[in-house]
Design a protein around this ligand. Structure first.
Ligand SMILES: C[S@@+](CC[C@H](N)C(=O)[O-])C[C@H]1O[C@@H](n2cnc3c(N)ncnc32)[C@H](O)[C@@H]1O
Length: 242
């Protein structure tokens, strides 16, 4: 189900305000109530479908609190807390490579028929976010060994909680060695694709695969293509067999 904008923002702000008021009533103290409510707003910012919408959701609670005049007891530095939390969730290099857009449900349906892999095959979701890609990969390859790499540690933690079947590591996908993988799955940015294919060609074993949701490698013909969800193609590149 997709919510029409600005419903996600209104729901996120209402939830943050609800938590803030509830914690104040429970006499939790203004600062912890502010910190937890701001954190909730930031976590719920994933409901925004664009970078600006996510930012808008994340800053909504602190801004509206400042405007409400109810924040008199907070020290000045407390206002930096939401910014620090936001940077934890979306470290700058991860923003540059790809913000948090999850793989849509069903987008990888049928992948196992195009790319059959043996039991115990190693699959890497490079930049696994909240784990939606891993959940799709698990449905396609229930007996594979799944590894998620994620730079943002709060996302890595949330992903570990959702995807207990996978191994999760906080890592930079560009610094990691991909050579052990039978399939590397990416949902990054158009600008990253040439770099991803160059890395895959250097490191992947002959016959292993690189799969990219939505973004193709410019100027390179894919070995296969899947479009299970309209407008969300998966581009498949196979490392050359010698
Ligand atoms: C578009 S999301 C895709 C999430 C997940 N793969 C999915 O399809 O549901 C991209 C993710 O890559 C992460 N990311 C971006 N650059 C990264 C890097 N250099 N190393 C590790 N993770 C990175 C971001 O934090 C974000 O969670």
């Amino acid at each position: 189900m997709r919510w029409v904008w600005p419903l996600p923002a209104l729901a996120a702000w209402a939830a943050a305000w609800g938590l803030f008021i509830g914690l104040q009533r429970a006499e939790a103290g203004a600062l912890p109530a502010f910190g937890l409510a701001a954190l909730l707003g930031i976590v719920l910012s994933v409901l925004g479908s664009t970078r600006w919408r996510r930012l808008f959701i994340a800053v909504g609670f602190p801004f509206s609190l400042a405007a409400s005049g109810l924040a008199g007891t907070l020290p000045a530095w407390a206002w930096l807390m939401p910014l620090a939390l936001l940077l934890l969730l979306y470290p700058l290099n991860a923003w540059r490579d790809a913000p948090l857009f999850p793989t849509p449900q069903g987008a990888l349906r049928g992948l196992h028929a195009l790319v059959p892999l043996p039991d115990g095959a190693r699959i890497v979701d490079a930049g696994c976010g909240l784990g939606d890609g891993l959940l799709e990969l698990r449905r396609e390859y229930p007996r594979a060994r799944l590894l998620g790499l994620e730079w943002s540690w709060p996302l890595r933690l949330a992903c570990a909680w959702r995807c207990r079947f996978a191994t999760l590591r906080r890592a930079d996908i560009w610094a990691e060695d991909w050579s052990g993988a039978d399939l590397v799955y990416l949902f990054q940015r158009p600008e990253s694709m040439a770099r991803a294919l160059a890395k895959a060609r250097r490191e992947l074993r002959p016959g292993a695969w690189l799969a990219s949701l939505e973004f193709a490698v410019p100027g390179t013909s894919p070995d296969a293509r899947l479009e299970a969800v309209p407008g969300k193609p998966v581009w498949l590149y196979r490392a050359a067999r010698h």
